[in-house]
Design a protein around this ligand. Sequence first.
Ligand code: URA
Length: 434
Amino acid sequence: MRMYDLIVKKRSGYELTHEEINYLIHGYTNDNIPDYQVAAFLMAVFFHGLTPRETSDLTMAMVNSGDMVDLSSIAGIKVDKHSTGGVGDKTTLILAPLVAAAGVPVAKMSGRGLGHTGGTIDKLESIPGFKASVSTNKFLKQVKDIKVAVAAQTGHLAPADKKLYALRDVTATVDSIPLIASSVMSKKIASGADAIVLDVKVGSGAFMRTLADARALARSMVEIGRAVGRKTTAVITNMDQPLGNTVGNALEVREAIKTLNGKGPQDLHYLCLELGSRMLLAGGVITSSDDASGLLQNLLTSGKAMEKFTEMVRFQGGDITVLSNLNNLPRANNFYPVKSPESGYISAIDAESVGRSAMLLGAGRHAKEDFIDPAVGIVLEKKLGDNVHKGETLAHLHVNDTKMLPEAEKLLTMSYKFSAQSPEKIPLIIEYID
Ligand code: URA
């Protein structure tokens, strides 16, 4: 087999065989096929796409390029959840303990943030002492003992995806639906869960800007999951404004804790109940989504979900005293209000710009090796549909290093759009794909 022939075949729009895809991924992972040939192949995929069979084969070839976490020693149906990335999306911090408190084991591998979307691991690491890098044995033992662990994904899971993603990033081939679907699903499948609930974001802060694309991505991932024997469902949700009111690591932990105590912002609370219900249904502990939602609501108001989060933080070395005294989480030295430049209804908040503004303050990374300041970020005081007067505070910037403050403030102000009439309400949950 020759890589040159595979490039020609895909460039001409033909379907590759199972063996050809394995040859490509195996050869690339082992450095036997150079970047420039794989780059040419990726561009051919970008224009011609992949068939569902090719997409599943590519996914499994990437899974088989590294280790697979074996969760079989943990009793019950293990359910994982994945979001395609949003701004202010702290749902994993809430859902992992919430669903575990309902009896479904959650063994969750998560990533760090890059670009305008944050990463769960960075958020958890803003809790002093919290250790996200744990050995597989310790990870499994924790899930057996307390039903929940959230750990940093190791480099041995789907290493082919890691290498391919870095190449896609510099060859303008990231936004290809079959490449995104196989990349996400390879990591989910390698993480070992029996069932997967996907939150596919659509809107100004998401990878997918149109509903048609979000639907195609969700369908492709659900199909891959089914093809390889993992029960997979997807929910398409709106990301036309940040989720909740906070963007930035410790600020998001603070909001997640409020939500776990039943006092979170309405959109975040509602999304957690919806995704949590899907996870309970997938985990087989309940059969109706109304019952699931009621059970989850009870776990929030009774304090059981918060107890589970506290247990998880303690097991992973975090300082649990900050959980009851949120002022002891990292806090920025300066707070700057951002004032409304006009009067009217807020008709749009460009979520990507809010994410980029937080990144400028130090809450996110431009490059993998960048340092994150856990304390900084943005608290939105006004959201879509709110009526404001000129000069009223739209948001507060939480700042330590003021170097990028003017740019961050400008970006945040520009992310708000205004209208004379109250804008049409866009539902948060747009569609279910089963
Ligand atoms: N997230 C991933 O893990 N992979 C992609 O290709 C895009 C987003």
